[in-house]
Design a protein around this ligand. Structure first.
Ligand SMILES: [Mg+2]
Length: 246
């Protein structure tokens, strides 16, 4: 058997999936942001008349911002609280005036809200095709509920999908199996017949696998599988899903 990557074989790539339901992660699986974190920071600094050079390279700030977001978002009470905590920390680390944090956090939120999110190319048609073919469709997303619902509504996903679970609403976050069970209950679906599609190896692939679901890992850059739980399929985008269905 020819090995392509760790955990991915020719047989696995050729095998089609016999799922009756398909469930998706949201961020960087179905949708993305038109502006990068660095672009939002640059625009925020321009609107606040903050001298970006005095604070530090925007790309470095963006990398730290994203890392802190990943670290803190499951415990934050609100998006406003989280953005304020992140900017306070970033400014303190750079020995800058921490009182700027509230203004920067507010304007950052405005820029993100104005520019919104968009579905990846081909995803809208793919969801419609799957629905036309009779698949039950679901969504399970981590993150702060107010932000996730804002994105879900702006992308019209309540109309496009049969069941949506925002983990913060049910109190269990991916990769916790209970988050997946909450979605399966709402879909009235059997785990072995529900393909989970997501870009996070740990949150989506490992979590769904432990919930008894087959998995498709979205790996646009063709990254090597980083752990011992092999995804059943590897796709460059959610819009490619037709390739693994009968
Ligand atoms: Mg994701």
């Amino acid at each position: 058997m020819k090995k392509h990557k760790r955990g991915t074989t020719t047989d696995q790539l050729m095998r089609t999936c016999d799922a009756t339901h398909i469930a998706f992660d949201l961020d960087f699986t179905l949708c993305t942001y038109p502006l990068t974190t660095a672009q939002v920071i640059a625009e925020t600094f321009a609107r606040c008349s903050v001298d970006a050079d005095a604070i530090g390279p925007v790309e470095d700030l963006a990398a730290e911002y994203d890392a802190l977001w990943q670290e803190l978002d499951l415990t934050a009470g609100s998006a406003r609280e989280l953005r304020l905590a992140i900017w306070s920390r970033l400014l303190t680390l750079r020995r800058r005036d921490e009182s700027l944090a509230a203004t920067i956090a507010t304007v950052y939120a405005e820029v993100r809200r104005e520019t919104g999110v968009l579905l990846f190319e081909g995803v809208a048609d793919t969801l419609q095709t799957l629905r036309d073919r009779g698949y039950g469709l679901g969504l399970l997303t981590n993150g702060i509920p107010e932000l996730q619902w804002e994105k879900i509504q702006s992308l019209d996903l309540e109309r496009r999908l049969d069941a949506i679970v925002v983990a913060g609403d049910v109190g269990w976050f991916k990769p916790d199996v209970r988050a997946f069970v909450a979605l399966l209950d709402r879909l009235r679906a059997h785990p072995a017949k529900t393909l989970f599609v997501g870009d996070s190896y740990t949150g989506d692939v490992v979590g769904a696998h432990h919930a008894g679901m087959p998995t498709a890992w979205i790996s646009p850059g063709g990254a090597v599988c980083p752990g011992p739980v092999a995804p059943d399929y590897v796709l460059a985008s959610a819009a490619e899903i037709g390739r693994i269905l009968p």
